[in-house]
Design a protein around this ligand. Structure first.
Ligand SMILES: Nc1ncnc2c1ncn2[C@@H]1O[C@H](COP(=O)(O)OP(=O)(O)OP(=O)(O)O)[C@@H](O)[C@H]1O
Length: 284
C-alpha cells in the first residue's frame, strides 16, 4: 500500500452559485488506500457536497481535489467513474433497468467492456451481494435492503476501487444494516476497497467504521479514529451530533477516559470486566 493519499483535498471551497453562500470552506483532507471512513454532521453540514467532489460531479470553486494524484478536473467523466463509485442517498434514484441482472450489466457495458467481461462482472457482483437467485426479477420487486445491495453491486461491477455511499443504512432494519455493513467491511478488509460513507447512523459508525470525519457548517472539525471522535462531547456538541447513550453512561460512571473510549456495549463490558479483575487481584 502506498503512503501517498488516494484522495486529496487542498484548500477546497465550493458554492453552488456565485450569489449563493459558500457551502464547504477551506477543506484539507487526505484519504488513503484501504481507508474506511464515515462522514458525520448535522443536516446541511456539507457532507454530500464534499463527497460529490470525489467523483467529480462537483468541481471546487477554489482549491484542488486529486484522485490517485490526478486532478478530478483532468479526468474524463467515464474514466473517473471507473475509479470512484457513488451510491446516492436513495438507491431507487439510480436503479432503472428491467431486471437485477441488466441493472448490474449497465455500467460495465457503458464503460466498453466486452460481453464476456460484462457477464463475468455481473456473475461476481450477484454473488458478492447474494442476489443470484433474484437475477431475473424486476428491481422494484426487491426489498429495501436488497435494492440497496443492488445499487452497491452495480457500482462495484464497474471495478471501482473507491466507494462513496450516501446513507447506506437509512430505512433498513437491524438485519438489513448488519448485512450491508458486514458486506462493506469485508470488501474493505479483504479486497482493500476504500469506502467513504455519509451517515446519521452513529451507533452503526461506532460498530463498523474505524475512522470518522465530523463536519459542521462546511468545515471539517476533526478527522480521527472513530472512538476519539465519538467520545469528545465538546466536539459533538459543536457539530450538533448527539453522543451515544453507552458513552454518556460510561462518563456518568466515571470510567470514560483516553484509555477507555467507550462507544459500544462490548467496549463497556470489556472495561467493567477489567475493573472487576483488577479488584479481585487486589483482594488476593
Ligand atoms: N444543488 C444545490 N443548489 C444549491 N444549494 C444546495 C444544493 N445542494 C445542496 N445545497 C445546499 O448545500 C448545503 C449543504 O448540503 P449538503 O447536502 O451537502 O449537506 P449534508 O451535510 O450532506 O446534509 P444532509 O445530512 O441533510 O444530507 C445545504 O444548505 C443545501 O441546501
Amino acid at each position: 500500500m502506498s503512503n501517498l493519499p488516494l484522495i486529496s483535498f487542498r484548500n477546497v471551497s465550493f458554492g453552488y452559485e456565485k450569489n449563493l453562500p459558500t457551502i464547504i470552506r477551506d477543506i484539507n483532507l487526505d484519504i488513503f488506500e484501504g481507508d474506511f471512513v464515515a462522514l458525520i454532521g448535522q443536516n446541511g453540514a456539507g457532507k454530500t457536497t464534499m463527497a460529490k467532489h470525489i467523483n467529480g460531479i462537483l468541481k471546487p470553486t477554489k482549491g484542488e481535489v486529486t484522485v490517485r494524484g490526478k486532478l478530478t478536473s483532468d479526468y474524463k467523466r467515464d474514466e473517473l467513474a471507473k475509479v470512484v463509485g457513488y451510491c446516492y442517498q436513495n438507491p431507487d434514484h439510480q436503479i432503472f433497468s428491467q431486471t437485477v441482472e441488466k441493472e448490474i450489466a449497465y455500467g460495465p457495458k457503458a464503460i466498453g467492456l466486452s460481453p464476456a467481461e460484462v457477464q463475468e462482472r455481473v456473475k461476481d457482483a450477484l454473488h458478492l451481494v447474494d442476489l443470484e437467485e433474484k437475477r431475473q426479477l424486476h428491481p422494484s420487486l426487491l426489498g429495501r435492503g436488497e435494492r440497496q445491495r443492488l445499487a452497491v453491486a452495480s457500482i462495484l461491477a464497474m471495478g471501482a476501487s473507491i466507494l462513496v455511499i450516501d446513507e447506506p443504512t437509512t430505512g433498513l432494519d437491524y438485519a438489513g444494516i448488519t448485512r450491508i455493513m458486514n458486506l462493506l467491511r469485508t470488501w474493505n478488509e479483504k479486497m482493500k476497497v476504500t469506502i467513504i460513507i455519509i451517515t446519521h447512523d452513529i451507533p452503526m459508525v461506532a460498530d463498523y467504521v474505524p475512522r470518522t470525519i465530523i463536519m459542521a457548517q462546511g468545515q471539517i472539525l476533526k478527522n480521527a479514529p472513530t472512538p476519539e471522535v465519538l467520545t469528545d462531547f465538546a466536539l459533538l456538541k459543536m457539530a450538533a451530533v448527539k453522543p451515544l447513550q453507552v458513552t454518556r453512561v460510561s462518563e456518568r460512571l466515571g470510567i470514560l477516559n483516553a484509555d477507555n473510549r467507550i462507544i459500544t456495549v462490548r467496549n463497556l463490558f470489556q472495561v467493567l470486566s477489567n475493573l472487576k479483575n483488577e479488584e479481585s487481584a487486589e483482594v488476593k
